[in-house]
Write a protein of this length. Structure first.
Length: 162
């Protein structure tokens, strides 16, 4: 996980296993907090980074790649920061089926928070940077009945992780 335009901010380096935990806890938190269609889309976007489907070690992202929209960027960044806080507060972790190593995952969430806090609209909304990297945006957005996570084009990231 990177913020390419800000090389002074440390990249987040994670094992494949920790990457799965990272994506899962963000997907759980975002799905729990999402109230608008845009917020549901952000939840599904996190979930689309599905190693069970796209392969180990390939699903990293740059914070500029979230499907930010210029007119609502400030609100979306605020939502994303709330999602990170909710993930840090273990929102939905009871549906993970395992207990993540907090001493590993919490520092990664702290690093992501620092990147998102630093993110500016000019970096987030560069022209042509709106396409999803992993599958297409699902239509409609649907929750996995088991995990209460918004599904990506090819199902639920937590179901695929088993
Ligand atoms: Zn599921």
């Amino acid at each position: 996980m990177t913020y390419e335009a800000r090389p002074d901010l440390a990249h987040i380096r994670m094992s494949n296993g920790l990457t799965s935990v990272f994506i899962s806890v963000l997907s759980l938190a975002a799905s729990a907090l999402a109230e608008t269609e845009r917020e549901r889309e952000l939840a599904a976007w996190f979930a689309s980074h599905d190693q069970g489907l796209f392969g180990l070690g390939v699903v990293g992202f740059d914070v500029s790649e979230l499907p930010w929209s210029p007119s609502t960027f400030v609100r979306e960044r605020e939502f994303t920061l709330r999602v990170i806080e909710a993930a840090k507060a273990r929102t939905g972790w009871e549906r993970l089926g395992y207990a993540p190593r907090e001493d590993w995952i919490q520092p990664c969430l702290d690093q992501l928070r620092a990147m998102v806090e630093a993110l500016v609209v000019e970096d987030a909304c560069r022209a042509g940077a709106t396409a999803w990297s992993y599958g297409d945006r699902p239509e409609p957005l649907v929750l996995c009945p088991v995990h209460r996570v918004y599904q990506h084009e090819y199902g639920c990231v937590l179901c695929n992780d088993r």
